[in-house]
Write a protein that binds this ligand. Structure first.
Ligand SMILES: Cc1cc2nc3c(=O)[nH]c(=O)nc-3n(C[C@H](O)[C@H](O)[C@H](O)COP(=O)(O)O)c2cc1C
Length: 288
């Protein structure tokens, strides 16, 4: 399945991706633009299975007044193109959006383009207005610039990376567990799943919070969101970033497992294991 979408190993692409906030002013090459648009318009499936659609916004084609109103508060510099997506509101809309948008980001990375998940630092309503026939039942959780990375990062880019400690990731023992979440899962005990889990560990997340936790139970893997505060804090602001992050983690795990020939299916069956209250169950990979 991967081979149809990506020109090289998904592991290599995931390792290559980083948040790029500074772009060359060069336009997208015609062939690259064509491939990107074709991929954006394809039917994207995820284990969460909700309606999403994506468009390539070409800033230089906009009316100058509209152009001025779009904003990323100085975080993104030089970008002439953005991928803007809308999701229909439903139970797993944000997890689905996280999954599908990350697949697009990995596809763009494979094409040699820079990207950056932007969920907070942009004028949401102005970008949403650029989506064809957007309805009241649709929302824009995040966007990404897409273009050729500049050689040097802008000051704001460097500051954003420093503030989020973007280079760092939690070690395995903070993220992956066995049994009733009491024992850290070692790479040895993860067996053939060590690489799919490592691809989760290096995934992007909002403010680099890495809120995914995975519990191995026999041959199955259960995915949870780690809530620092109580679950209802997630109702106070939109979008709920950890749900987008969880979708990204599932995307990395799924694409890597597929590439490595690991067989399984995604199911919503809360396992009968005791977990601390700050873990919110989302989905499970059931090995075949
Ligand atoms: C859902 C989501 C939302 C994000 N929103 C923003 C944002 O609004 N502005 C920004 O500069 N970076 C944003 N980021 C980028 C993260 O800060 C970045 O992924 C993290 O620091 C890890 O760095 P890396 O992507 O270079 O590996 C977001 C990332 C994710 C996954």
């Amino acid at each position: 399945m991967n081979r149809l979408k990506f020109s090289t190993s998904i592991i290599e692409i995931i390792q290559r991706r980083y948040s790029c906030r500074t772009y060359k002013t060069e336009s997208l090459h015609d062939n690259t633009k064509r491939n990107l648009i074709k991929f954006l318009q394809a039917d994207h499936k995820s284990p969460f299975n909700c309606g999403t659609r994506f468009e390539l916004l070409q800033i230089q084609e906009l009316d100058p007044k509209v152009k001025r109103q779009l904003g990323t508060y100085g975080f993104i510099q030089g970008a002439k193109n953005f991928i803007v997506g809308a999701t229909k509101k439903s139970k797993y809309d944000l997890e689905n959006f996280g999954y599908v948008m990350e697949e697009l980001i990995l596809f763009a990375t494979d094409l040699g383009l820079g990207t950056c998940w932007v969920g907070g630092t942009f004028k949401r309503s102005k970008f949403a207005a650029q989506i064809n026939n957007i309805t009241d039942n649709e929302a824009v959780p995040a966007i990404t610039p897409v273009g050729y990375a500049a050689e040097n990062r802008s000051k704001v880019d460097r500051l954003a990376r420093w503030a989020a400690r973007s280079k760092k990731r939690h070690p395995w023992e903070n993220l992956f567990f066995e049994g009733d979440c009491k024992y850290p899962l070692t790479r040895e005990r993860a067996g053939r799943y060590d690489i799919p889990l490592e691809m989760i560990r290096i995934a992007p997340s909002a403010s680099n919070r890495q809120p995914w936790r995975v519990i191995k139970d026999s041959k199955n893997f259960h995915f949870f969101i780690f809530r620092k505060r109580s679950w209802y804090s997630s109702l106070l602001s939109w979008p709920d970033f950890p749900r987008l992050d969880l979708g990204i983690a599932v995307c990395h795990f799924n694409l890597t497992a597929l590439e490595r020939g690991l067989k399984g299916s995604w199911q919503f069956i809360r396992p009968e294991i005791t977990t601390p209250g700050h873990l919110q169950y989302v989905i499970s990979w059931i090995s075949k």
